[in-house]
Design a protein. Structure first.
Length: 459
């Protein structure tokens, strides 16, 4: 068993405020990857990451892409020791709606032991735990017990396309024994988790056009197909009242849940009431025949993410709009293939296109879902490290979000990812008032430092 040397743990304890200050510094950079207006700020976050590694004298490269830079960094070579690849992302989601933030999204604010800022948990705070653990080792022992490769990108929130190309091209440079990622959540406060499954995604924009310009709805309504009506109908047809997605073939490749897994879901202490309170609803809903936990992590889903068309201003305007559109996505599970889904979707929508309407379907991004085998020495090592850092052993869960590059690590590098999340379900990721618990930040650092000794013992 690899124990953390006491001086490493002591360094972590003694540097709590410096570690927090560093996190706050990164949180002040608005690295919003989807918004081209923030391109320079996003690049500044990449530089900030590179500087962290420069300070440890790691070999660091900044790789330019057609989007945002990738930071590659390598710790000094330890002969004969295993190699772990740490993945993280320095980009964040847009902070809107801005007026719902209690403190401004890029001015980190500490309240009741949590730091509030966009990116606090997703993924700046979580990612940094693996930087700070390496710092603790380097500053106290002068070296790490294993080889670390850091691969940090700025396009996770927009699909990781450039990183995928990079991995395909530089497989040899990225050879490793396992991947370590902290960009997920604990099961509950005080109940850390190892996530062994993530959903994939297929994201689209549908644009419908009807008449050549907006029309008077009195003069033309009833005789000319309204693109907004057509859009509502088409979007509604994609799912039935039982929560089953209606695209022919959609479920063909879905790996069914095993009895053992369903028992696993049931054994987790989950309160439907607390879940409803968390999101502020009186009822949950979803695919019939499945529990809330299964629906939100291990079964496919369909969501409209945005919708537009026609008059949005004050009061009423009688108009038959010329155009309407929507952004929508499917969460996928193993073994669904996003490209197959795209083709099936295109055919389905074409078939349900009302007369007088033309459509354009834009495929924005896609990634398959993943499950990671639990029987591995790496998982066992992670569980021991979590026990050291959090004082309790982890539960094993699947989560519904997506980290697109995880399937690429499996297919291109042939390695499993250890999904060790320090976040909480109520961290407001992608929402106003995102937060990260600072005690979990420090527990994450302690766990990570222990993980390096644990992984070092695996032959
Ligand atoms: N940290 C999340 C992934 C996540 C969310 C894991 C919830 C587990 C539970 C990640 O940064 C993220 O938000 N990914 C996007 C990917 C998409 C834009 C391709 C997602 O899931 O929407
Ligand atoms: Zn995210």
């Amino acid at each position: 068993m690899g124990k953390t040397p006491p001086e490493v743990d002591t360094y972590i304890k003694d540097h709590r405020s410096e570690f927090e200050e560093d996190l706050f510094e990164l949180l002040r950079i608005p690295s919003i990857s989807v918004d081209s207006q923030y391109k320079e700020e996003t690049a500044r976050a990449a530089d900030w990451v590179a500087t962290q590694f420069d300070r440890l004298n790691f070999h660091t490269e900044r790789i330019e892409t057609s989007g945002h830079p990738i930071i590659f960094s390598q710790s000094p070579m330890v002969e004969g020791a295993p190699t772990a690849l740490v993945y993280g992302h320095y980009d964040v989601q847009p902070p809107d709606p801005l007026d719902e933030w209690i403190s401004p999204p890029f001015e980190p604010n500490v309240r009741e032991g949590n730091v509030y800022a966009r990116g606090a948990t997703d993924d700046k705070g979580q990612m940094l735990t693996h930087f700070k653990s390496a710092e603790a080792w380097m500053k106290t022992k002068g070296s790490l017990p294993l080889n670390l490769i850091y691969l940090i990108e700025g396009e996770e929130e927009v699909g990781s396309e450039n990183l995928e190309h990079f991995i395909e091209k530089f497989q040899d440079k990225l050879a490793c024994d396992c991947v370590v990622i902290s960009d997920t959540s604990q099961f509950a406060p005080g109940q850390p988790a190892i996530t062994y499954g993530l959903r994939g995604i297929a994201y689209y924009e549908l644009r419908l056009s009807g008449p050549s310009q907006d029309l008077h709805s009195g003069t033309f309504g009833g005789a000319v197909t309204n693109p907004a009506n057509a859009l509502a109908t088409m979007l509604a047809r994609l799912i039935d009242e039982e929560g089953k997605i209606q695209i022919p073939g959609f479920y063909d490749d879905v790996v069914p849940l095993t009895t053992r897994e369903r028992e696993g879901f049931q054994s987790l202490s989950f309160s439907e009431q607390r879940f409803q309170d968390l999101v502020g609803v009186k009822n949950t809903s979803g695919e019939s025949g499945f529990s809330t936990l299964e629906r939100r992590s291990a079964r496919p889903s369909y969501d409209v993410n945005g919708i537009w068309g026609g008059y949005q201003g004050e009061g009423a305007k009688t108009v038959l709009p010329a155009k309407a559109g929507a952004k929508f996505s499917f969460r996928l599970v193993p073994n669904q293939d996003p490209q197959t889904i795209s083709q099936q979707l295109q055919d389905f929508l074409q078939e349900h296109l009302p007369p007088g309407i033309t459509m354009q379907l834009v495929d924005l991004h896609g990634a398959p879902g993943v499950v990671v085998p639990l029987e591995s020495p790496y998982i066992e090592a992670s569980a021991r490290a979590i026990e050291h850092g959090f004082g309790t052993s982890p539960v094993y869960i699947r989560e519904g979000g997506s980290i697109p590059i995880v399937s690429t690590f499996a297919s291109r590098l042939g390695v499993d990812s250890l999904l060790l999340g320090w976040g909480q379900n109520d961290d407001n990721t992608h929402s106003p008032n995102e937060k990260f618990n600072l005690a979990d930040y420090h527990r994450g650092i302690r766990t990570s430092a222990c993980l390096w000794s644990e992984l070092a013992t695996i032959q």
